[in-house]
Design a protein around this ligand. Structure first.
Ligand code: DAH
Length: 344
């Protein structure tokens, strides 16, 4: 028995595993339930009382030595694995960058702008805080006329009317600035944010976005208006989208119309979006009222033109079916990152 213990001790002391598998084989060979140490303890049961006294101690020390060796080696291996983890492996693929996404309203607004740019329209902008003249009076809203109530205005300063200052209620105010500051012909689109005093809900908001269009030249007719907007709709929603014009009223255009398109969601068959009519309204338009031209210093005998105004949120809803307007301004990343596009 002593010889065996000596032999095993030498083997164990000399043991140096190359990998974890060899270490595991070592454990099974010496410390396993059917291992060599277990064997020695079995043999120990049948030795005489004198030998028991001597070998009991030797055997226990030997077992402890084998266990200590195993624990040491195992710890070494574990720390080696840890160390190797912290080494940089240059062959691994790198971490990709999280690319941001553009806001759906910006995407749709630039799509609208691009279509009109291709038709030769330039982009113009104006202030969001407007005076009464640019937002109302120049656009042929008579003083105290109920037409001013068409748009619930956030007033910043309210006096008699003429000196009122307000958050602009529509981008039509930019038309006025453009015509006052230049000479015809004008061919421009004017995107921007507008404000109305409305309770916030899924279907209304106190601010939203519009794109205004203006085309003034000699001999511009309602046919030009129709063809321009027809082309716009084909570009934005695809060939075959139908349009129809319904007579309407705006103080700044005469005649005025509202334009519907065949519902982009159900293709005219009837759904919730189009209230089962097959048509959805997307913009207001008309021939610029001669009074507006004169208010802006343009000879209405020589020049005519058309204007139109559309809500970007509405156009976006018809493209992406967004049921709640509040999503546009809540900055919820789960919503925003659905509009991943290539960054420009
Ligand atoms: N400014 C109108 C609105 O906010 C939209 C509009 C209608 C603009 C007809 C126009 C137009 O230029 O011709 O409701």
């Amino acid at each position: 028995m002593q010889d065996q213990i000596n032999q095993y001790t030498a083997e164990i002391e000399a043991f140096s595993p190359a990998n974890a598998d060899e270490l595991e084989a070592f454990r099974i060979k010496y410390l396993g339930t059917k291992g060599l140490i277990k064997d020695l303890f079995e043999q120990f049961k049948s030795v005489g009382p004198e030998e028991k006294r001597v070998f009991g101690k030797v055997l226990n020390q030997f077992k402890q030595m084998a266990e200590a060796k195993y624990t040491d080696l195992k710890e070494n291996f574990n720390s080696e694995i840890e160390n190797s983890k912290s080494e940089i492996d240059l062959t691994l693929p790198g971490n990709g960058f999280e690319v941001g996404s553009r806001h759906p309203l910006s995407l749709v607004q630039s799509e609208i702008v691009d279509i009109f740019k291709r038709l030769g329209f330039v982009v113009a902008e104006g202030p969001e805080i407007e005076d009464d003249w640019h937002n109302f009076s120049a656009l042929n809203f008579p003083d105290e006329h109920p037409a001013r109530d068409m748009q619930d205005t956030f007033f910043i300063k309210k006096n008699s009317g003429k000196d009122d200052i307000a958050l602009r209620t529509h981008t039509s105010s930019v038309q006025v600035r453009m015509m006052e500051n230049g000479k015809p012909p004008f061919r421009a689109i004017m995107p921007g944010r507008v404000y109305r005093n409305e309770a916030i809900s899924a279907r209304a908001h106190c601010f939203f976005h519009q794109v205004e269009g203006l085309y003034i030249d000699e001999n511009v007719s309602f046919a030009d208006l129709k063809q321009t907007l027809y082309h716009f709709v084909q570009e934005l929603y695809g060939e075959g989208t139908k349009v129809r014009f319904r007579p309407s009223y705006f103080p700044f255009t005469e005649p005025s119309a509202e334009m519907d398109i065949s519902c982009t969601i159900c293709k005219g068959a009837g759904c919730n979006m189009c209230k089962h009519s097959g048509w959805v309204e997307i913009l207001g338009c008309g021939m610029v009222d001669p009074n507006v031209l004169e208010n802006c210093g343009i000879d209405s005998k020589k020049f005519t033109g058309f204007a139109f105004g559309m809500g970007v949120e509405r156009i976006t809803n018809l493209k992406y079916v967004i049921k709640d307007l509040r999503l546009f301004s809540e900055n919820d990343v789960r919503f925003l990152k659905q509009f991943k596009t290539e960054m420009i």
